[in-house]
Write a protein that binds this ligand. Structure first.
Ligand code: BTN
Length: 243
């Protein structure tokens, strides 16, 4: 799944994910197109949250891909691909990062990037996917102390569009490498970067706070945590990380 055949740069938009969804509806977008916005005034995050960053200082973009031909059971492969591509691109800039399940990218204890994937499903297959990425680039102050940027992590400021080109390169290389049977290797890579893997830490589920250890991420994307004497699996809405 090669991306970046066409790149559209917008000065301002509500949400690049919504912009792509509108173009899909009108049949006016080609697979692999990337839409980037200098300013996004209604950016969407995971779990219905908002994604607010300073205009022109950060990278916000969405990738459209059609004919994904992935069965819904294997949808987590997309998450793995994007997360590992971001970790790879940060490595190019000298930044070591990790993947906080399912697809937040962290430098130490601070978030540098977030991903929102919205899929359209036809029967048992993913027909279209919109991969939205927000990556903090030059922003120096955040309301949230748990956030960082490329500048704060490396001391170097960069043009958001240049970072986008690096992402496209990393993503295309990875997806070329991991087509078909190589998916086990992609999974291994994802796991090798997983934040808090095998580390005892605090979590909150429907029964309250507890100390647990992340043991695995299953093929369908659920998180496997050792809680007391049991192994429990969680979907995104069922578990919270407590710092
Ligand atoms: C998260 O961590 O909660 C996910 C954040 C995803 C933000 C990106 S910015 C570009 C794209 N357009 C959106 O409205 N959201 C995603």
């Amino acid at each position: 799944m090669k991306i970046g055949c066409k790149i559209i740069r917008l000065t301002s938009v509500d949400s690049t994910n919504n912009y792509v969804a509108n173009l899909i509806e009108k049949g006016e977008i080609k697979s692999g197109t990337v839409i980037m916005a200098d300013d996004q005034n209604e950016g969407k995050g995971q779990r219905g949250a908002e994604w607010h960053v300073k205009p022109r200082e950060n990278l916000t973009f969405s990738v459209y891909y059609s004919d994904v031909n992935l069965s819904v059971d294997r949808v987590f492969v997309l998450t793995q691909l994007v997360s590992v591509a971001i970790v790879d691109l940060l490595k190019k800039f000298g930044i070591v990062s990790s993947i906080k399940w399912p697809n937040d990218i962290y430098v130490g204890q601070q978030k540098i990037a977030g991903v929102l994937i919205e899929n359209q499903i036809a029967g048992t297959l993913i027909s279209n996917t919109i991969i939205g990425v927000g990556l903090n680039i030059n922003q120096q102050e955040f309301n949230n102390f748990e956030a960082t940027s490329l500048f704060l992590s490396s001391g170097v400021s960069r043009k958001p569009v240049d970072v986008l080109y690096s992402f496209i390169e990393s993503f295309n290389l990875l997806s070329q490498e991991f087509n078909g049977n190589e998916l086990i290797e992609l999974r291994k890579l994802y796991m090798s970067h997983l934040y808090r893997l095998n580390v005892s830490a605090k979590y909150r589920d429907k029964d309250g706070d507890f100390e647990g250890v992340i043991k695995d991420v299953l093929d369908k994307g659920e998180l496997l945590i050792n809680k007391g004497n049991e192994m429990k699996t969680y979907t995104l809405k069922e578990i919270q990380f407590i710092s």
